[in-house]
Design a protein around this ligand. Structure first.
Ligand code: NAD
Ligand code: LMR
Length: 343
């Protein structure tokens, strides 16, 4: 939660109540892949949002029990479960935000790109349904490899004549959440005050934390920059290895995705001061049609891509930015080509 200058601002309890009242129970959120590790926990967290009036949970299996379970929480959102392709349209009808968390996660030894073969098809199928049944919705894509699945989604929506670049997001909030946690711990800063923008993409060295732009301003030694950058870039793999075959990050991801859903809903609701980092269509780096940057979220999704953060970055970051370009470009091209080959 940031002020216009990019400095984190903490909402006072009173302001939270006002925000909640302004949009109380107005928004419908659909979560696709809701029976999964990310999906279940995300569904629970979104159920806790006072901005949500309806929560639609879709999966190919095992979602009715999740919906029944979550529906017993005494918060306003009405919960409904939808199982299998025949119920996909119903799950999407009238959605303001559609979150795609469907697909396979990594196991140790795999890269996110190893998931492309399965997840690209799943994302394409789901966004085509979004085009048909929730054409105005914001689409949050969690399914990996995000560097490619977002271009897949954009291209698939284009083919359906339903693409609005302001409304398609790769969820990279977990990179920011991790960067904030690791920097606060390393520098002994109060967690709530720390804000580290993370740009680029969501895989290995394409994840570029801008420690030079971290707030509050803190001096980092070269060694700290290298260690923190590597830790943030490898944090997903750290979890995959710790889970030892049982999947990848689910709980921290759900926390991060819930933060991004809430930010998007506040934007839709007219709060004029909502900024988050996300992987979106962008001209910030001309060679890279998709790039994670801080974006301003408004009534129609992305209101502004804040490119200014790349100005005045450190030499280390500038080198890392140059180095990430070929991999990120190849991942983007792979996603676009995948959809074009299906036609
Ligand atoms: P999971 O296997 O626990 O859950 C995936 C769910 O998707 C399952 O319930 C499955 O039934 C469902 N599914 C599969 N095909 C579907 C389809 N066609 N339609 C609807 N649902 C379908 O996996 P998970 O741990 O929840 O991870 C989900 C995805 O999120 C993975 O691709 C993972 O890599 C990604 N992820 C991304 C981030 C990020 O930062 N963006 C973080 C964590 C996980
Ligand atoms: C993450 O960053 O935790 C996710 O992208 C999941 C993964 O495969 O690492």
């Amino acid at each position: 939660n940031l002020s216009k200058s990019g400095v984190p601002r903490r909402l006072h309890a009173a302001k939270r109540v006002i925000v909640a009242k302004a949009g109380a129970g107005r928004y419908k959120v659909a979560i696709l892949g809701a029976a999964g590790g990310v999906g279940q926990m995300l569904s629970l967290l979104v159920k806790m949002s006072p901005l949500v009036s309806a929560l639609h949970l879709y999966d190919i299996a095992n979602v009715e029990g999740v919906a029944a379970d979550i529906s017993h929480c005494n918060t306003p959102a009405e919960v409904a479960g939808f199982t299998g392709k025949d119920e996909l349209a119903g799950s999407l009808a009238g959605a303001d935000v559609v979150v795609i968390a469907a697909g396979v996660p990594r196991k140790p030894g795999m890269t996110r790109d190893d998931l492309f073969g399965i997840n690209a098809g799943i994302v394409m199928e789901l966004v085509e349904a979004v085009a048909d049944h929730a054409p105005g919705a914001l689409v949050h894509i969690i399914s990996n490899p995000v560097n490619s699945t977002v271009p897949v989604a954009a291209e698939a929506l284009k083919q359906k004549g339903a693409y609005d670049a302001r409304k398609v997001f790769g969820v990279t909030t977990l990179d920011v959440v991790r960067a904030n946690a690791f920097v606060a711990a390393r520098k002994g800063l109060p967690l709530a005050d720390v804000d580290v923008p993370v740009v680029g993409g969501h895989s290995g060295t394409t994840i570029l934390p801008l420690l030079s732009k971290a707030r509050p301003k803190a001096p980092f030694t070269d060694e700290e920059v290298e260690e923190l950058t590597a830790r943030i870039q490898n944090a997903g793999t750290e979890v995959v290895e710790a889970k030892a075959g049982a999947g990848s990050a689910t709980l921290s991801m759900a926390y991060a995705a819930a933060r991004f859903v809430e930010a998007s809903l506040r934007g839709l609701d007219g709060d004029g001061d909502v900024y988050e980092c996300a992987y979106v269509q962008s001209q910030v780096v001309p060679e890279l049609p998709f790039f994670a940057s801080r974006v301003k979220l408004g009534r129609d999704g992305v209101e502004e891509v804040v490119g200014s953060e790349l100005r005045g970055i450190s030499e280390y970051e500038a080198r890392a930015l140059e180095a990430l370009k070929p991999e990120l470009k190849a991942s983007i091209d792979k996603g676009v080509a995948y959809v074009q080959q299906q036609q």
